[in-house]
Write a protein that binds this ligand. Structure first.
Ligand code: NAP
Length: 318
């Protein structure tokens, strides 16, 4: 499914028959079964930073949106030894490698961004993992070095969303005390994931957060327009890390001299996907699927995601 060119800021989605691209030696072709919806999918349709980057770095021709993909391999490139036709897999497309997006009947993915699915993991659960799961994984385990800390404390801003609800669980499974900031309606949800909820609808969260800190990692999945950098950094323990997943324009000069603030670009490497799948199999990570939506109704899914109130993940199914 491609975004049609239009002078409007956000271009509409339309089905289009595109010629099949040949595989490169380290790519696989996947018959798409499920695709997780990420805010980047609709952000890319606008002529803003991501949309422009896609058009400059991405494949020529129409923009095909979508990164997450789960499905069955139908063809492997000449140098692929890790996968075979018929394998159930999950992965992420990468426009910077000139790959088209995954809102399609079939998608092409580089093998390094792809992992085999254990039998017990269904396509819809797997399809929700690549961007959101890899982002939470990188933020907590790589930038935040959570697995190397003793009795760590983590604050997650935006704990009920796609990235946040996985982050609460990834923190809890390594013994961290996870505090999740959410609205009243999501307090029970965040607590069901193993987190201690802080309800921002009741007013300023700083008092409640301060009482539960200081934190080894403050993971901001909302943005510095809601939670300022100084607020987040003020809650850090010594040697703590503030990880920003939504850098805004005013954050960019600051990020050139990061100090204890890092930004993360979630990338679904095989190692991260295998780690996430192992956590799913042993019951430590549960993907909350808010709704399964037919791929043909992707525009409705984007409207829901743009609304900023999705709990867990939306998944498109073919
Ligand atoms: N850098 C990267 O690689 C990367 C990767 C993934 C995502 N992102 C970005 O990160 C952001 C989050 O992504 P996502 O997939 O998690 O989004 P999402 O699923 O759409 O997040 C929705 C959630 O945000 C919560 N929320 C909204 N306002 C809030 C506030 N003021 N305080 C606390 N929670 C609030 C809502 O919960 P309540 O109803 O409880 O408020 C809702 O459940 C997006 O901007 C996305 O583009 C970046």
């Amino acid at each position: 499914m491609r975004a049609q060119s239009s002078p409007k800021a956000t271009v509409p989605l339309a089905w289009l028959e595109l010629p099949r691209l040949p595989l490169k030696s380290r790519q696989v072709r996947i018959c798409v079964a499920a695709v997780g919806v990420n805010p980047v999918d609709w952000k890319m349709r606008a002529f803003e930073f991501l949309g422009i980057a896609q058009r400059v770095l991405g494949p020529s021709g129409p923009l095909v949106v979508g990164i997450d993909v789960a499905g069955t391999i139908t063809e492997v490139g000449s140098a692929v030894t890790e996968f075979a036709v018929g394998d159930r897999v999950v992965g992420g497309t990468d426009f910077s490698k000139c790959e088209r997006g995954s809102y399609a009947e079939e998608a092409i993915v580089t093998v390094d961004n792809c992992a085999k699915l254990p039998d017990e993991v269904p396509f819809d659960v797997a399809g929700a993992l690549p961007v959101a799961g890899a982002t939470a994984w990188m933020a907590l385990y790589e930038h935040g070095r959570l697995r190397e800390r003793e009795s760590p404390r983590v604050l997650i801003l935006g704990a009920a969303g796609g990235v946040g609800h996985l982050a609460v669980q990834l923190a809890s499974r390594v013994g961290a005390f996870a505090v999740g900031v959410c609205s009243t309606r999501n307090v029970a949800f965040v607590e069901s994931l193993g987190g201690k909820a802080v309800d921002y609808s009741r007013g300023d969260v700083s008092e409640a957060a301060k009482a539960l800190g200081p934190f080894d990692v403050v993971l901001d999945c909302v943005g510095s327009d809601h939670y300022s950098r100084s607020f987040c950094r003020g809650l850090l323990a010594e040697d703590g890390v503030h990880v920003l997943v939504v850098p805004r324009g005013p954050d960019l000069p600051f990020l050139a001299f990061p100090g204890n603030t890092r930004t993360v670009l979630g990338r679904a490497s095989r190692e991260r996907l295998e780690g996430l799948l192992a956590a799913v199999v042993c019951g430590e990570l549960k993907v909350h699927i808010a709704e399964r939506i037919p791929l043909g109704e992707a525009e409705r899914a984007h409207d829901l995601s743009r609304g900023g109130k999705v709990v867990g993940k939306l998944v498109l199914v073919n």
